[in-house]
Design a protein around this ligand. Sequence first.
Ligand SMILES: Nc1ncnc2c1ncn2[C@@H]1O[C@H](COP(=O)(O)OP(=O)(O)OP(=O)(O)O)[C@@H](O)[C@H]1O
Length: 584
Amino acid sequence: MNCFPCFNSQRNRNIHCKNETDEHDDHEFRPPVATTKHIEERETEQTPLKTFNFRELAMATKNFRQECLIGEGGYGRVYKGTLQSTGQLVAVKQLDKHGIHNKEFQAKVLSLAKHEHPNLVKLLGYCADGDQRLLVYEYFSKDSLQDHLYEQKPSQKPMDWITRMKIAFGAAEGLDYLHDKVNPPVIYRDLKASNILLDDEFYPRLCDFGLHILAPGTGDSLFHSSCVMDTYGYSAPEYTRGDEVTIKSDVYSFGVVLLELITGRRAVDTTKPNDEQNLVAWAQPIFRDPTRYPDMADPLLKKKFSERGLNQAVAITSMCLQEEPSARPLISDVMVALSFLSMSTEGVPAAVPVASFRDKSMSIALSRHDSCSVVPFSLPRKEEDDDASSVSSSESEDDEEEESRSMEKQEEETNGNDSDDESDSNSEKGQEEEEEEQDSQLEKARSSRSSSSDSGSERRMSIGESNEAAQSLKIKYSYSSEEEDNERLSSCKSNEESLLSLGFDSERNHDDSSKNTSMRINSLAHDDDDDEEENHETRLEHIHSSKSDVQSVYSEDNTCEGSGQSSLRRIESEEEDHDSSDQD
Ligand SMILES: Nc1ncnc2c1ncn2[C@@H]1O[C@H](COP(=O)(O)OP(=O)(O)OP(=O)(O)O)[C@@H](O)[C@H]1O
């Protein structure tokens, strides 16, 4: 499928006849010498992006021989090559002919090359000789996520749950970079399992981002019509309708990839019965029935995952796949949630701190699916609690989005009103410091996964270490002293109440199974009898009873041994049916 409708694909053309004379055979596209020199100088200054001549790349790919062909996508053919000068393995993408002017092509390639991130495939250089347009990328010998999920070699083992969550987290990090760290944001538009390349350690890298801008005359404008079929099954509804494409369209595509990771099903599979061919359409009814979540998991996982991890992953997926773009989460929130889901404590994902999210809808959704996994570790100011309470008394509890927005608005107002209050500004300062510390802790946890086969050993922490990072994060912000415990006790309660009021009540609780599951989860540390940790260890125990667990009672547990040690025991007790009290 050709994403450049105006490209005149010349696949049958004998590229072997192409040689160095091509550099000079098309004067129309060659900029004046001075300009080329200027561009080259600028390149050297700004980026190490290399300019290749066609001959070099022809030699690298054995004259683009069939045996070097890796595959063919919407933008052209991809060849494996070895650079003669350095011996480096590269992937050479020979773009379909499209008549993009040399200068325009160079400028756009340079703008693409600015975006560097460990989770993006690195663009090493390009060639714009004559009418040839080629891109040179670092080469990945391992297959794409699509290959690993659906075209496994007999020698390969199916990916386990945590590996899948780590891949999702890494992909989210790459997307977060494009959406949030780049100005102006880059919309990927082509996120799919085949564009996520994996290395030996299953570290994911996104390829093909931003290539749509290489269409002649497009600049950064939307260019998607002919790409729709290519990304069929991954495209957001607004994309296929021809409406405006935004970063939230990428979030939708990400949701499809996450769904593939969970289910092991292709985004589109024409070998399945009609009602199962489109993965999202198949999954939508299941999203509404959490008792069916375990059935949607990939059979190759052999049920080796925690129920909580599955519930949370499905909750995130379901949010990403909302029809309405504005209802989808920010990829930064998805990334944070996945960072915790990909840190396992003996198979149970680390609990997700509420304050980690920029948008409350994520914490609400996660709470709704499994209230015990969200740790309200941040200490909201009293005003925030009051505001939350006032929101909780609101009549319109059904519209959780509306409430989230109004809650945020009120928080903003509160922040504004606080500006004159010295003590509050001090507390804000303290909070900022806490947030900075939190960021650095999160970064530590993140770095445990941001490693590649090449540089991985330096950056990678063991799962145990990354769990420690997560635990120290929670311990630090949850309970640092007995005095603070009491303070936090009340804040936890009000935070929890806020969430309850915002809609994760029994009526909406998707943990609505008839079975009464009781879980005792130690959210702060392993039960690994690690005595060294014990003096600082504070436990959050959550006895979670299903369905009508509407009231949370926090009580200090003085039964623990050790000086200065305090435990926070959270007991969710079953009360009268909340549904009926709500109706009252
Ligand atoms: N840097 C790379 N290293 C190794 N293999 C690569 C690299 N880039 C792409 N490939 C492989 O080349 C093949 C073609 O990739 P390409 O991205 O052109 O097409 P696609 O992903 O199938 O479709 P689309 O172009 O629509 O994204 C795929 O099998 C892909 O995994």
